[in-house]
Ligand binder design. Structure first.
Ligand code: GLU
Length: 457
């Protein structure tokens, strides 16, 4: 059996790091098992789903190196859901209900006051054809519930019905079908809730493993029953813990602040996002993993903790810096060339500046400083200006290399008596126009003698 997984977002907003955790768990699982990865847009809610969001999600995945083997949209598959719904209806497993939300709420309170579990009492099953005709005549439209198999003969005498599965992430799990209401599969306006379309697609697309957030554990009980009702062998399930903000709040597509798109725009490295999204809330330390292959090797679903994982966005910048500092020229050459950084000095330049960058894009600032002119963030005092003039006399002849800076400053020190910060800072300011930046030992050979002299004069 080919391992087949799917990532099934609703394209109703920008996806965030929590959604990406789900995508990556699936992707890594597929990669580990030589399997297939399907991107499925759960866009049965045609009002709220947007093509831009779907495109944005595909772009976010691709930025992280996730290229789906297949992409499907539920909005193109309604005929299949209709067929499955008809099948369930004719088997008596999908029944019409006419209660308003207020009626349901009233009944729920009554059940609670009688110390009964607040589940739906299946009152609609008692409706006669005349009752239904009366509701229809009133203009009421039914919503449709799936009859859970939690009874023997009499649907009003429910009994404990355990659904078991060996969760790929959480280990053995049990859900009691008698503890839940018959789920609504079709709303009164005829639209599908996610439960049935998801199962129909998982069957048709040959999904072997459903890996998703642990907010779906209870759904899994009902969905297992649905797979059986549709005569299908259920797939394996895995439920990972969810990410929350540092204050414990859940992440929402609506907040936007931690969207993958905003992280990308802020210049965070994709592998920083992937490393944190996968390793947080597991027994593995969160480190900056350089490649997806390494992450595949580290990924072990069973080492995921069962409680929610708090995550601090500030960690992303640290991981990203770490990755940039260790990035070889080959890894980044194409991106640098996109920033106009190319030619025979590009590699030496990259190695000189990478240790100092928050974002790869900032390399262009330093490229301009080296190739064009110093920044004008810092200026020299009159006295320091005199000192840098004097320092120019000690510049060694070319060729220059990474040793030149050390030799030059040793000469300046013995010639002028200056040392430490009062020696280095004026030189840095004269050469770069900034008080901080990459090691001058790396920048000096890139400037060359003529340009260095010009900046010191
Ligand atoms: N669209 C559902 C969600 O985002 C998919 C859940 C699932 O993976 O089955 O919650």
């Amino acid at each position: 059996m080919t391992v087949t997984v799917r990532f099934a977002p609703s394209p109703t907003g920008h996806i965030h790091i929590g959604n990406i955790r789900t995508a990556l768990f699936n992707w890594l699982f597929a990669r580990k098992n030589d399997g297939r990865f399907i991107l499925r847009f759960d866009d049965t809610d045609v009002e709220r789903s947007r093509r831009e969001y779907a495109e944005g999600i595909a772009r976010d995945l691709s930025w992280l190196g996730i290229e789906p083997d297949q992409t499907v949209a539920q909005s193109a598959r309604f005929d299949r859901y209709d067929r499955a719904a008809e099948r369930l209806k004719s088997a008596g497993l999908l029944y019409p209900c006419y209660e308003t939300p207020e009626e349901l709420e009233r009944r729920r309170r009554i059940r609670l006051s009688r110390r009964l579990p607040p589940v739906y009492g299946r009152e609609a099953l008692k409706l006669t054809d005349d009752d239904k005709a009366m509701y229809e005549a009133e203009g009421r439209k039914p919503h449709w519930r799936f009859l859970l198999p939690n009874f023997s003969q009499d649907p009003f005498a429910t009994r404990r019905t355990e659904m078991h599965w060996d969760d790929v992430v959480r280990g053995p799990q049990t859900v009691d079908l008698a503890s839940m209401s018959d789920p609504v599969l079709i709303r009164a306006d005829g639209t599908y809730l996610y439960t049935l379309p998801s199962v129909v697609d998982d069957i048709e697309l040959g999904v072997s493993h459903i890996i998703r957030g642990d907010d779906h554990v209870t759904n899994t009980g009902a969905q297992l029953a649905l797979f059986r009702a549709l005569d299908a062998q259920p797939p394996a399930f895995g439920h990972h813990n969810l990410l929350t903000t540092a204050s414990g709040e859940g992440l929402s597509k609506r907040t936007g602040a931690l969207s993958i798109a905003s992280l990308r725009e802020a210049g965070i490295e994709p592998m920083a996002v992937a490393s944190l999204a996968v390793l947080i809330g597991t027994s593995e330390n969160v480190t900056a993993v350089t490649t997806m292959e390494e992450l595949v090797a580290l990924f072990e679903p069973t080492s995921t903790s069962k409680s929610a994982a708090k995550f601090d966005p500030a960690e992303l910048s640290g991981l990203s810096r770490h990755l940039i500092q260790a990035m070889s020229f080959d890894q980044v050459a194409e991106r640098l060339s996109g920033l106009g950084i190319a030619g025979h000095e590009a590699e030496a330049f990259w190695l000189a500046v990478r240790g100092n960058l928050e974002r790869v894009a900032d390399a262009s600032v330093w490229w301009r400083i080296v190739k064009d002119k110093p920044a004008d963030d810092a200026t020299l005092t009159v006295e320091d200006r005199g000192f840098v003039h004097e320092a120019a006399q000690y510049l060694p002849p070319e060729p220059w290399d990474s040793e030149t800076w050390r030799l030059w400053t040793a000469e300046i020190k013995s010639g002028t008596g200056r040392k430490g910060r009062s020696l280095f800072m004026p030189l840095r300011i004269a050469l770069t126009g900034r008080e901080q930046g990459p090691e001058l030992a790396g920048l000096l050979p890139l400037l060359g003698r003529e340009e260095t002299l010009a900046r010191l004069s």
